[in-house]
Design a protein around this ligand. Sequence first.
Ligand code: BES
Ligand code: MN
Ligand code: ZN
Length: 504
Amino acid sequence: MKISFARAAMPGTGAVVAAVTEGAKLNGFAYKLDQKLDGALSRAIKKSYFDGKLGQQLNIIAPSGSRIDEVIIIGLGKASELTELELQKLGGAVYSKTNRAKSGVVHVILDNVAGSGIAASKMAAEIAYGARLRSYRFDKYKTKQKSESKPNIKNLNFLCIGSKAAKDHFRNLDKIVEGVFFTRDLVSEPPNVLYPETLAKEARKLEKLGIAVEVMGENQMRRLGMGALLGVGQGSVRESKLVVMHWRGKAKNRGKLLLSDNPISFIGKGVTFDTGGISIKPSAGMEDMKWDMGGAGVVVGLMKALAGRRAKVNVVGVVGLVENMPGGNAQRPGDIVSSMSGQTIEVLNTDAEGRLVLADALWYTKKRFKPKMMINLATLTGAIIVSLADKYAGLFSNNDVLCDRLSKAGEQVGELVWRLPLSAEYNKMIDSDVADMKNIGGRGAGSITAAQFLQRFVGDTRWAHLDIAGVTWTKTNSPIVPKGGTAFGVRLLDKLVQNHYEDK
Ligand code: BES
Ligand code: MN
Ligand code: ZN
């Protein structure tokens, strides 16, 4: 689908989308279109319940004699209440409504909306962004798809005042889309195709954008003392990897970050398949564990988005990549491993593996980069799905300001986070009789004890942990997120960076 922006003009052919605010009064362009179509629009509005409420749609086949095929009127609701996110959702709805338009050409006509602080040019870009986000498909393994079962839309063309400004605004948004799509691709790939080495190879592709990418193998990690991460991967024939991605957006030169770059950091759990290991999972639904690398997928896609739009921020992304398999050399329940931090861990359940991977990835990030803040993402616990379902990600942090910033950014992009507590009492639940800690708590508060575990590897660095187990994959379509991998976290953290960490 090609997205274009052009000067305000009346379209002659194709499908046409026009927008009205609550009350459904046809103004400007929409008014002219109505005249051109002999009042077909105003008549359709009068004869229907459509009144321009946010998200309403009215479909009108153009009268014979017109070369336009159809008109879709969309409701913007109250002008003063319109937000970027609502416009994006409208874009997603427009896409799903028109992607089968026979001509393959869809024009969206937009005027400045009285009473809204958002100019028509920006509205166009936000609607286009939403349409792009919704248009994602993962169909590379479908060899027999009929063309009539595929989207048909070739060109989504916006006609508005300030088309140059619209184009400029969209250029950045489209870079975020590319990051989101990269994450969705990674999360959707099957586990025989995507494993630590191949995921690392995908991350290497970011070098094209000026990101320096380092890939460490098991020998290097062993020298660093990463016994926690390595223990998880030792049952797999696939070699574990640690990938470090450097983006020096504030510096003149690219390449690896220096300590003086004072970066922020994002760390991801990248379990490319989680069988549970010797503490093996039930077979029903185990295929879902291909997306247990969702946290790593977000970090890689986020780096792509930030570098793609040349964000003036210094960032390091670190992902720990392992496959958690049973086998003759697999880690056993009862094993005690030694982490890079020096702290020892009694592994009582080999299925609580994500925290072991993150323990070393977090400590490594903190030691090497002394980042001014660390945010990790992980499909860490089934318990977070019990708590929050797929509506919110769990947020755990040692910093109130960071929590507020994340909540705010989440509301702006529609990726919501909810904070859960950390405390000394919960922390005690993972004390071990024989080692410094054990990798599972008691029966209750599974997401919190997992977070307490991570906190033991961040020292006093400002830190937040997002448990994204419930939000990484969805079985239902929503306006800007088609079913499948969501890439939850890419837009959230990109917005957080925009709001607080980026030079303008
Ligand atoms: N990857 C899983 C968590 C998960 C479960 C993600 C369902 C997405 C959907 C994680 O490694 C895991 O197995 N956690 C265990 C921890 C338990 C053994 C303490 C869990 O949640 O059951
Ligand atoms: Mn597990
Ligand atoms: Zn896991």
